[in-house]
Design a protein around this ligand. Structure first.
Ligand SMILES: Nc1ncnc2c1ncn2[C@@H]1O[C@H](COP(=O)(O)OP(=O)(O)OP(=O)(O)O)[C@@H](O)[C@H]1O
Ligand SMILES: [Mg+2]
Length: 457
């Protein structure tokens, strides 16, 4: 009998590795120097500097695609702001975690007034205590100056009741006799602004700035600097850095994705006991990172989007089986790609709702779910030409249906209780179903348009 020897911790810890310091490649590591963000850094510093001189700083709204350095640039500036040890204070809030008015105000209150670090205070109490704390600044030149506070709301589009939060913060400012609150809002999704109340919008977007995507050569330099610290000398070949930079630049100029590719390429080389990281490992890394990213997205989808996606997967897999048995599904395209018809996917979704005991949503919601899934790249859809039983939307999975099916079937969402949601009247709406309505995931429609056309399927 063959006995497989289990490794010990010593074996694992002493295994040869190409990494010098893996932590440097983690997305949470903030480098001391942020190349190509000098201009943005200066603008943010200029925007918040008045607070250090006992004056109100302007609100700032920062927009840019994912991985363009918004979070790390703002965090770096705010770290320097705090290091000045002035009476002005800042508070960084990740709204993915603190996603409602109450949670944001509670986090601010806890950060500024330590004795409020107990749960159970109502919004009014937190509001009053904050007002008191901001108005009273013993170190201010005159008692009437008050404190200057800068609140960073990162991923601000995730706040469910953003209008209410902005209203509360604006009201605080209006009511404060001394001191002020300024907001830095950060997002990678612009379309959410369309749903905001005009007053909230003008207060949040008092000053705006855009982080543009990195070019391939900028990504190459960012990667080269990290490589020097993260990997042993000479193990990463230029071809690896060039390819990782080119792939990430093709996507959205996303430095996080580029770093993830290099990190995974290093892990692959370690696992396979290869002495170098080349373009081959980066290619392999790309495949595995893409599946991981899709898995993360799918696992956090609300339940009905998962069920619609599962319906697409089931029917695609059925179609593949049928094709293997030599059949020709009626809706096969000339290019041999199997497209599903929107109506058959809705039928399968309805069947899955019965299986998983969820109340079926209307056709109107279903179309919104398709929009959401398409926006996330989990499916692709095209309108059929005329002649195919009227006009219909033809659907294809964006990733391997087997893998997506496995992820959904493991997800807690479809096995858990249903999320209550009002039904949409036919022909109304236009918001993504993932927007503020259900508050679980906040994605605006990419075009921000209201669609009243009624596709026939
Ligand atoms: N100029 C840069 N130099 C070095 N590293 C950078 C630079 N810009 C971004 N990075 C790195 O890329 C990763 C992503 O950056 P960051 O989190 O700031 O992006 P973001 O714009 O906030 O993205 P998202 O919109 O997805 O939140 C981080 O690991 C960060 O350290
Ligand atoms: Mg960010």
């Amino acid at each position: 009998m063959c006995v497989v020897k289990m490794p010990s911790f010593d074996d694992i810890l002493s295994a040869p590795t190409l990494f010098a310091d893996r932590g440097v490649l983690s997305p949470h590591w903030v480098p001391d120097v942020l190349p190509f963000r000098e201009k943005e850094t200066t603008r943010i510093m200029t925007a918040v500097a008045p607070a250090l001189a006992h004056e109100r700083s302007r609100n700032l709204f920062i927009y840019g695609k994912t991985g363009t350095g918004k979070t790390c640039t703002v965090r770096k500036v705010m770290a320097e702001f705090e290091a000045r040890k002035s009476s002005a204070r800042s508070c960084y809030i990740n709204c993915r975690m603190y996603n409602s008015r109450y949670r944001v105000i509670q986090k601010m209150a806890k950060d500024f007034v330590p004795e409020l670090d107990r749960s159970g205070f109502g919004l009014n109490t937190l509001y009053e205590k904050m007002m008191e704390w901001i108005s009273l600044d013993e170190s201010a030149p005159t008692p009437k100056t008050g404190r200057r506070v800068v609140v960073v709301l990162d991923e601000v589009d995730m706040v469910r009741d953003l209008d209410e939060l902005l209203y509360t913060l604006t009201r605080m400012n209006d009511e404060l006799q001394a001191g002020s609150i300024s907001i830095i809002g950060i997002t990678n999704r612009l379309s959410f602004k369309d749903a905001l109340d005009p007053r909230s919008k003008s207060s949040l977007c008092e000053t705006e700035m855009v982080f543009t995507p990195y070019s391939p050569s900028q990504l190459r330099e960012i990667l080269a600097r990290r490589t020097e610290m993260g990997f042993k000398k000479g193990v990463v070949e230029d071809s690896a850095i060039n390819l990782a930079a080119a792939i990430a630049a093709q996507e959205t100029g996303d430095a996080r994705y580029a770093l993830k590719l290099l990190l995974r390429a290093g892990e692959i080389a370690d696992e396979k006991h290869r002495p170098h990281i080349t373009h081959t490992e980066v290619e392999e890394a790309r495949r595995s990172v893409d599946v991981d990213l899709a898995a993360e997205t799918i696992a956090t989808l609300p339940v009905h989007q998962q069920l619609v996606l599962l319906a697409v997967c089931n029917l695609s897999l059925e179609g593949q089986r049928y094709a293997r048995l030599g059949g020709t599904p009626s809706n096969n395209q000339a290019d041999g790609e199997h497209h599903l018809m929107s109506g058959e996917v809705y039928e399968e979704y309805s069947r899955l709702c019965r299986t998983y005991k969820k109340p079926k949503r209307s056709a109107r919601w279903y179309r919104e779910y398709l929009n959401d899934l398409e926006m996330l790249g989990l499916i692709t859809t095209v309108e059929s030409g005329r002649g195919m039983r009227g006009r219909t939307r033809l659907i294809r999975p964006g990733y391997s249906p087997e893998q997506m099916k496995k992820i959904i079937e493991k997800s807690a969402a479809i096995h858990g209780p249903d999320d209550a949601m009002p039904d949409l009247p036919e022909g109304k709406g236009g918001h993504s179903s993932l927007s503020k309505i259900d508050g679980q995931l906040s994605l605006g429609r990419s075009d921000g348009q209201v669609s009243n056309s009624k596709p026939a399927w």
